[in-house]
Design a protein around this ligand. Structure first.
Ligand SMILES: Cc1cc2nc3c(=O)[nH]c(=O)nc-3n(C[C@H](O)[C@H](O)[C@H](O)COP(=O)(O)O)c2cc1C
Length: 184
């Protein structure tokens, strides 16, 4: 059966390096027969418990997309050693009960298989990936490949806005893709 992988990109930037990494990963996964879609979540509201009931339409939509996925691949930058606010806000919404106020109703993301990649500066998103792993464990996802893999954009990338991946980077991505597809 075709595996459905949902991409979540933790940067809203048009030329985001993480979006560029996701594009490469999409190629790799498609060659392996997976079906890829990207979660569009730029318009969701800020988490505010006053807004949880009735469930906003945009939140119902993202929850349905998450529910339909066999696996989720998160590509994230590191903002001040931590998870970017937009991604944290999205995960906060996905961590809330499907039926507002009913904590037995489950969440859209609990039990989902998730894997992590990140492109950032010199430390290759080491801190954000560790933080994200903890958060994903807490919201009861099944994290595949631990803290995932990080890639460092070099000075040229920051000047040209073009991420260059070398052979080793591609090999790392392919290995993660294989492990993830096997797990989902
Ligand atoms: C608010 C902010 C905080 C940042 N903090 C870090 C950081 O802690 N570590 C890091 O490696 N890069 C940091 N950066 C630089 C990002 O790695 C860089 O902007 C990267 O291109 C963002 O990912 P994107 O290209 O996918 O948008 C920060 C950027 C912003 C805007």
């Amino acid at each position: 059966m075709t595996k459905k992988v949902l991409f979540i990109i933790g940067s809203l930037r048009k030329n985001s390096f993480n979006r560029q990494l996701a594009a490469k990963c999409r190629e790799i996964l498609m060659q392996k027969g997976a079906e890829i879609s990207e979660l569009e979540y730029s318009g969701i509201p800020f988490m505010n418990q006053d807004s949880e009931k009735p469930v906003p339409e945009s939140i119902s939509r993202i929850r349905a997309e998450v529910a339909a996925a066999d696996g989720i691949w998160i590509f994230t930058p590191e903002y001040n050693f931590a998870v970017p606010g937009v991604l944290k806000n999205l995960l906060d919404w996905l961590s809330r009960p499907l039926v507002p106020g009913d904590f037995t109703s489950g969440t859209a993301i609990a039990g989902k298989k998730v894997t992590i990649s990140g492109v950032g500066g010199k430390n290759a998103t080491k801190n954000v990936r560790a933080d994200l792993k903890k958060l994903l464990d807490f919201i009861k996802t099944e994290v595949i490949c631990g803290e995932g893999n990080g890639f460092a954009a070099d000075g040229t990338a920051f000047q040209t806005d073009l991420l260059t991946l070398n052979e080793n980077d591609i090999a790392v991505l392919k290995k993660q893709a294989d492990e993830f597809l096997k797990a989902i």
